[in-house]
Every structure is written in C-alpha cells, then in structure tokens.
Design a protein around this ligand. Sequence first.
Ligand SMILES: NC(=O)c1ccc[n+]([C@@H]2O[C@H](COP(=O)([O-])OP(=O)(O)OC[C@H]3O[C@@H](n4cnc5c(N)ncnc54)[C@H](O)[C@@H]3O)[C@@H](O)[C@H]2O)c1
Length: 360
Amino acid sequence: MDKYDVGIVGLGWPGERHAEGVQGSDLGRLYAACDLNEERRAKFAAKYFPERVFGSYDEMLGDPELDAVIVSLPNALHFSGTLKALQAGKHVLCEKPPTLNAEQMRQLHAEAEKRGLIYFFGRQMRFSGAVQAARRAVAERRLGEIYFAKTMWVRARGTPGGIGGWFTDRSRAGGGALIDLGVHAIDAAWYLMGNPKPKTVSAQTYQKFPQLVKAAVFDVEDSACGMIRFENGASVLFEVSWAANLTDDIPMGKWGTPELFSTTLFGPKGSIRIVDTLQLHPSVRIPPLSLFEDKDGKLVDSELPFQPVVHEFVSQMQNFLRAIHGEEAAVNSSVQAVLLMEMLDGIYESSLSGREVSLS
Ligand SMILES: NC(=O)c1ccc[n+]([C@@H]2O[C@H](COP(=O)([O-])OP(=O)(O)OC[C@H]3O[C@@H](n4cnc5c(N)ncnc54)[C@H](O)[C@@H]3O)[C@@H](O)[C@H]2O)c1
C-alpha cells in the first residue's frame, strides 16, 4: 500500500517526536516540514530528511502531494492552523490543547465531518504501555465501576517559555499550567474512566509565583485545582502546577525539581495508580502501574506487568494513519476534543465566577 505523505508545521520538541512517529509507522512518509524559524528548519532537515522544507505554511498546504498535516504550533495557532489544513483537504493531527476553547473545537469538528477528513488531537500518553494495560484492567472490570479518580501533574519550579515566551502569554497560549499540564492530567483520568460526559465543574486557578518568570508577559495561572462531576455519577479531583511549594511526598522530577504526573482510579473492587515515570528523576523508583485490590476484605497491592511501547508517538501516529485508511477509529477523536475543551472552559469559568459551572 502507498504511504501517506505527512507534513509537520512547528518543529520544536513535539514536532521532532512526530517526525519519529511518522518514520516509525508503516503507513506514513515524512514528506514535508515547515517552520518560520530558519535555524529550526535546518536542524530538523539535517536530522529527519523530509523531502520538502517550507518557511511558509500556506505554501506547504498548497502542495497537492500532502495528505496529512501535524500541527505543532503554539496554542493560539491550533485553531487557524487546523482549519486551514482541513480547508485544503488535509487530514490533521493537532497538538494539545486541541484549541483555546470549546467553540473553536466545535467548528473544527464540523469542518472535518463536512469534508470527510480525520481530525485527531495529540495526546500520545494515551498510547503508553502502562495506560493501555490500565485500560485493559478497567475493561476486565478488575476495579468494578470507577466512581472516583484523583489526577495530578504538579511541578515545584518549572514555568515554561517556548520561542518568544508564548507559554505564559494568554493571547498566545490561552491559559497557563491548566491548558499545558492540566489537559494531560485530566485526560489521563477521563480516558481511563471511558470518557464519561462531563456534568459540572468547580475549580480555582492561581498565579502565585510571578517572581520566577523572566518572560515579558505572564498573565496566566501557574496552578489550578478542582473537581469535575460526570453524568454517570463519577467524579475527578485534579491538581496541576508549574510552580508550587510542594511537600516531600512529591518525588524528584527529571528537571531536578520535585514533579509528579500521577492518576489513580477508584472502584469498589480495586484501585489503579499510574505514574508517568518519564517525568521522574532517574534515581527515583516508583512502579509505573500499581493495583490495590480488595481480597476478602483485605487490601492487597501489586505491580501490574505491561509491555512498554517503543515510542508513544509512533503508536499514536499509527492510530491516526489507520483512521485515515479506515482500518481503525481515531482514539483521540474530534468529539472527545470538544468535551475536553468544554471541561477546560468550565474550569476557567468556575474560577472566574467563584461558582460551580454546569456543562450539560
Ligand atoms: N504532546 C506533548 O507532550 C507536548 C510537549 C510539548 C509541547 N506540546 C505542544 O506542542 C505545541 C508546540 O510547542 P513547542 O514546545 O514546540 O513550542 P515552541 O515555541 O518551542 O515551537 C513552536 C514552533 O512553531 C513555529 N511557528 C510559530 N508560528 C509559525 C507559523 N505561522 N508558521 C510556521 N511555524 C511557526 C515556531 O517558529 C517554533 O519553532 C504547543 O501547542 C504545546 O502545547 C506538546
């Protein structure tokens, strides 16, 4: 079978991982790459050898060879970058967060549906070996009906920059720690719970560490916490931070500051905890996947074995390309992206209003 010609726009860290995703998948060919930044284009071309390199996104989209586009641009360009690609007849995989708000995502969903194109949002962690094993344990009903989840991605010190400091600028990022790390933490729990329909949100965002930020603009939150209720009665408690005075139960992270990305699901028969060990310092030993089961009234804990995947971005790309080919349903679908953005909108609205917000 012919391979799909894939182009990547935005050649930072995730752009490079997507290149590896395409090159590691048997359905894709790394055809084109695009970035405004000449240095990044040169570095990328020397490493991954795309057939064509562009400084203009419009020019890349005009290439009739191109079948699919990976949008790996700063957050504020996800909507326009994805819309343009769909209007040019290309399938799209866009990095997280899908858009800046749910209304933008509804428009993209409608556009993709109208044109019969695949829209896919980037959440490679759904494809990790630990998450897939946890999915299977949930499907085998080892926990029973999940009624509650606790999810966090907390970092003591580590407010990001991005080219030009866009991560801390609301006009370019759409938000702070919540839209950056919270989208991963909330989705980790939500995906394993089977993507129940969100019902209400009560949340608060904070900006408490401006002195740590050197960027010219810092008008976003550096932490957030809250609770989401779902229509099936289950709930999720979440906590995220780029900066916080974390306590000593949080281990050392890979950047040399305390950091933990962890999700725990609770059911009457057992609980499962997933820790993203990629975020931990190499000296820290925490099992990536643990099961805490009720055995005749006693709580027994064990490590759940799983087959690690070689590269999460390859598995993600395989699903995206197979969805284009009509062999598999897109796991990170536009319908789910709309619901995810509704939750994020609700969190920001609840924080602003100081009240619980209804989503349904
Ligand atoms: N999935 C993950 O684990 C993960 C990790 C990091 C970042 N991300 C997401 O990936 C996206 C990019 O993040 P990043 O860290 O690479 O940011 P970055 O600022 O390092 O890179 C963005 C790139 O886009 C280029 N660019 C900007 N406008 C452009 C345009 N109009 N045309 C062509 N190129 C343009 C910039 O020159 C830059 O090279 C963000 O949305 C971020 O949330 C995802």
